[in-house]
Each structure stands twice: as structure tokens, then as C-alpha cells.
Design a protein around this ligand. Sequence first.
Ligand SMILES: Cc1cc2nc3c(=O)[nH]c(=O)nc-3n(C[C@H](O)[C@H](O)[C@H](O)COP(=O)(O)OP(=O)(O)OC[C@H]3O[C@@H](n4cnc5c(N)ncnc54)[C@H](O)[C@@H]3O)c2cc1C
Length: 315
Amino acid sequence: MEDGEEDLTMAEGGVVIDQKIFDGLGDIEILKKEPMAYHTSFHIGGPAEYLVTPHTVDSLRMLVRRLNDSGIEPFIIGAGTNILVGDKGISDVVVKVYEFKCADRFEEDYCYLCGGDLLTAKVKMLSSRGFKCLQWAYGIPGTVGGAVHMNAGAFGSDISEWLVNVEVVDPSGEVRLIEKCDINFGYRRSDVSKCGIVVGASFRFEREDPERLVREIDEYMEIRRQRHPLDYPNAGSIFKNPSKETPAGKLIEEVGLKGSRVGDAMVSKKHANFIVNLGRASAKDVLELIRRIQDEVWHKFDIFLEPEICIAGEL
Ligand SMILES: Cc1cc2nc3c(=O)[nH]c(=O)nc-3n(C[C@H](O)[C@H](O)[C@H](O)COP(=O)(O)OP(=O)(O)OC[C@H]3O[C@@H](n4cnc5c(N)ncnc54)[C@H](O)[C@@H]3O)c2cc1C
């Protein structure tokens, strides 16, 4: 771009994005036309018009305020472990809330965890300090903020069970504390994003022998290694389980789709509720496979499999 020339692009809602919007925001990384495949565990996804990673809560606050003043609604990602991004990418500003500088805090019976940090690292730290709460989440590869938004769960527990409150940056850039009772949680969903971007969350804990907790998380990890296809890029469970008694994976297995492929997207042979990227899978391949699974399961069992993954961008 020549000096003096303006860099303007059109966001999804028809709003013009002027690159100057990012000027002087401090500790922040700005990437233009950044392939989302680099930022998702599926390794799939076309370019984001802008991918912006604030490194502090203050730079996130300023960014959010600027975007809001310009009528731009950003798309938020954490570690990108529950997202399928379309092949044409996201013609918007993507804000990556990932490992910004922020300190955990500990009180008598609860702890505050940073929203951009990896949940698994936090669970390891909590376990080694003898704080019993989120051990079941060890091995979930997303961030604390992503886990709150998704109400992540495993082994019969979920985030909402241990949550006390959430700190968000609201659209005006203010930090607000939201009590758990003011958030609606459901199975792998919440409406926390209506309040803002999660920058931290507090969880209650009980005291327990650290050695016992460390053993417990190692056991959870071993179960994951045995059950999940961790050798290939994936986005975790593709579908929600219709009920405890009828896991989606079992239904998919029973319609004979284990190992079924569209391009390089394949229903995992190890766990049928995972689709793996064998190398060059596109979002289109994954979506075609998703539809095939939904059709077969619907025809055989009269059950609609609802996707658990978030689908974003243009296909
Ligand atoms: C191998 C593997 C195993 C998995 N196992 C499990 C499991 O056992 N249980 C489970 O529940 N999930 C599991 N997942 C899915 C995923 O890891 C979780 O849903 C995780 O909580 C998503 O966090 P993330 O930071 O990656 O979020 P992303 O995938 O980046 O985003 C997911 C959603 O959360 C929103 N979001 C992200 N960060 C924020 C924020 N700070 N504030 C507001 N909204 C935000 C995004 O807009 C998006 O809608 C697994 C995934 C993989 C790849």
C-alpha cells in the first residue's frame, strides 16, 4: 500500500473496516488475510480479513471499544478447538483471546483463572496445589474462556457446575463481573457472550491431596488417549449426544459410517463422533460428511444429530 492510501475493506454486515482502527492500541498483534487454518485444531479455514490478538486485557478493552464505535461486531476465538471455519474465510475482524498477560488469583475456596489461558495447563496447576474442581477437564485443548462459552464438559461434569462468576469485557470496553446465576447454561452451550468477551472466570474448589489429584488427571488423560483420535487434526466431538443413553458416536457406528470419507475428511475409525482431517480436508468436505451422517442417522433412528462444533465464516 502506498503512503497516504487508505486500507479499507468491507466487513460481513456491510461495515467498512479501516485499518487505522487498530492504530495505537498497544500490545496487540494484527494479521491481515490470515488463514484461519493456522488458528484452528481442524487445520481448516480460509482467511480472516483481520485476525487481531490483544496481549493484555487493556488492549482488548480498547480494541473492543473501537470496534463497537465503528459498528463492527468481531468474531471471537480462543484456541480454535471447537470451530469449523469456511473455506472462503471470515470477512470480518476475528479477535483471538489467547494467552494474554493476566494473573490467576486464589482465595480461600475459589480461584480466578485467566480467560485466554489453556484450561488443561490450569487444571494441572490446580491439581498440583491440591485444589479439586476441574480435574475432569484435563485434556480439553481449549481456553478457559472458550470452555465457559461452550460449557465444556466431560466424564459427567461441566464448567457451570464449578463456576462462581465470569469477568467479561462488554462491547463498550468495560470490564464487568457476571454472576453464574445471570448466565444460562445448557448442554455444551451458554449465553455468556451476550454480556461480552470472557477474560476470566472464578471456580470454587475443595481441598484434596495433590498427589491424588495428579494421579486422577493422568488417568483422565490416558482415557482420552485411548478413546480419541489424537493423531490427526480434529475439533473434538462433532455432534451433541442426543441423550446419555444414546451417544452420537454409537449411532454413527451403527449406521456403518466409521471410516467413511469425503475428500480428506474422514469419520474417525477410533471414535465415530470425531471427524479427522487426513491432510487437505476442506470445510466443504467436512460439511458434506456431517450431512451424510445426519441423513443416515435420521433415516435409521429418526434422530437428528445437532452439531456441537461452531461453524463460522463463508463456505
Ligand atoms: C481432541 C479434542 C478433545 C475435546 N474434548 C472435549 C471434551 O471432552 N469436552 C468438551 O466440552 N469439549 C471438548 N473439545 C472441544 C473444545 O476443546 C472445547 O469446546 C473448548 O472449550 C473450546 O475452547 P476454545 O478456546 O478452543 O474455543 P474456540 O473453539 O476458539 O471457540 C469456541 C466458541 O467459544 C467462543 N469463545 C471462545 N473464546 C471465548 C471468549 N474468551 N469469550 C467468549 N466467547 C469465546 C467462540 O466464539 C466460539 O463460539 C475437544 C476438542 C478437541 C480438539
